[in-house]
Design a protein around this ligand. Structure first.
Ligand SMILES: [Zn+2]
Ligand SMILES: [Zn+2]
Length: 446
């Protein structure tokens, strides 16, 4: 009998503890939300392009130092020497225990903001090609940074509740998918403790503010950029018989590439081959010497990616050879070594563990099941090929009413990277800070 009476008491005590912890976390967020929204607006109005996140990273570093973290700046080695690494690493040691990495990205996009918000970005800058472009946090990395700062404050105050080493990182150049590798190439995991777990969030226009989306297993695809130069033999437009027309060849290649996914790849393995750019020729009556194509290739499994790349090369070469293009004018297929990223794979055990904690903290109705997408992220690199359990969850960022209306056939909501993308700051940040703090406390609890 005694045994039976102890169990419910213990259960009630645990439940009461959880409820109390949630209440105090909510109260702390209530206290901080005004200044977090202000920080968000400041960051939103001051976006910087990938590889140039200097002011953003030093702002973040200053804030984290003020909260008691040991911050190192200037982390990241890129393929181009003119790009400095603007990565930051903030460490808080709190006794023995697991090391947990939490990542935010820092960069914005070359998009001219059209939201009309009072805190909209009006900045212009020069891109790598020297062209003047608008700059905007059109992917919501400003939401991620503010959430990280809010979470950092919670954890600095809740130190008695957790143990281990917390590693908060600000990663540059996510949009160009070379920032995570740049940090790892700069010995991230030897200069700083190697994490036992890595967690990140990304805002989403597909979930209402106040909710999050979780997904186990593959969440985002790998992405590989490929350049194809189709070389022909140019000449007069009136004398095709004396040429090998690269425009006709390129047209055949574009169509033939579509059959790789539909005819060579298993329908059970998601894959995309998109030709996003095709350029060739100068005038009506000139058959040019070459046509250039730019492709993006998406897949989840590495073996599928390898097969797609091999097929692209085979199909392209085959079409040129069937047209009688001389061997010394064969197409050049170049797989990018820098514009490439691994798939994001959410470790199932870690995801399940955090989902249970999210349900407790946010309520079952606010934790949605997300579907995998063929978009890409470079967060997956921090897992070192799935050796470190990692997970990324979606943070709902749009007005619930507008989302409902758009799902019922109303106006479509702006997607990430749109000049009109405008997350609703307050409820998104509240949920972001609560979810991320909950995730870390779950992994590092005493
Ligand atoms: Zn983006
Ligand atoms: Zn993003």
């Amino acid at each position: 009998m005694r045994l039976f009476s102890i169990v419910p008491v213990l259960f009630l005590a645990t439940l009461a503890g959880t409820v109390y912890a949630q209440q105090s976390l909510d109260a702390m967020i209530d206290r901080d939300i005004g200044s977090l929204v202000q920080t968000y607006k400041t960051l939103h109005a001051a976006p910087e392009l990938s590889h140039r996140e200097q002011k953003t990273s030093s702002f973040l570093a200053t804030q984290l130092r003020a909260l008691g973290y040991t911050v190192t700046e200037g982390i990241g080695k890129f393929s181009r020497p003119e790009w400095s690494g603007h990565g930051i690493v903030a460490v808080m040691k709190n006794g023995d225990g697991p090391t947990v990495l939490v990542r935010t990205d820092l960069d914005a996009l070359p998009v001219e903001e059209k939201t009309g918000l009072p805190y909209a970005s009006t900045l212009k800058t020069k891109n790598d090609a020297g062209l003047e472009v608008g700059v905007m946090h059109a992917c919501g990395h400003d939401i991620h940074m503010t959430t990280l700062l809010g979470t950092a404050k919670m954890l600095s105050e809740l130190k008695p509740q957790w143990r281990g080493t917390l590693l908060l990182i600000g990663q540059p150049a996510e949009e160009t998918i070379d920032g995570a590798r740049a940090m790892l190439n700069d010995d991230l995991y030897t200069k700083f403790p190697k994490p036992d777990f890595a967690v990140a969030l990304h805002d989403s226009p597909d979930f209402a503010a106040g909710t999050i989306g979780v997904i186990s297993g593959f969440a985002l695809a790998s992405s590989t950029s490929v350049d194809i130069k189709i070389r022909g033999v140019g000449g007069h437009g009136s004398r095709p018989e004396s040429t090998k027309d690269p425009i006709v060849l390129a047209s055949q290649v574009v169509l033939a590439l579509q059959t790789i996914v539909s005819r060579e790849n298993s329908p059970l393995d998601p894959a995309v081959i998109t030709v996003g750019s095709i350029h060739g020729g100068t005038r009506y009556n000139i058959i040019p010497d070459e046509v250039n194509l730019q492709l993006t290739v998406r897949a989840y499994k590495e073996e599928v990616r390898q097969k797609l790349l091999a097929s692209i090369e085979r199909v392209t070469n085959g079409i040129a050879s069937a047209a009688g293009v001389p061997a010394d004018r064969a197409p050049i297929v170049k797989v990018s070594e820098t514009e490439v990223t691994t798939a994001t794979y959410n470790d199932p055990a870690l995801t399940e563990r955090l989902t249970a904690a999210f349900v407790k903290a946010l309520g079952q109705e606010n934790v949605m099941k997300a579907s995998p997408i063929m978009g890409s992220e470079d967060f997956g690199y921090f897992s070192l090929d799935h050796k470190i359990p990692t997970t990324m969850f979606w943070l709902g960022a749009v007005d619930p009413l507008k989302l409902k209306q758009s799902k019922e056939g109303g106006p479509a909501l702006p997607s990430l990277h749109s000049a009109l993308f405008a997350p609703v700051p307050e409820p998104s940040l509240r949920t972001g800070v609560k979810a991320m703090t909950t995730a870390i406390l779950e992994l590092m609890k005493k």
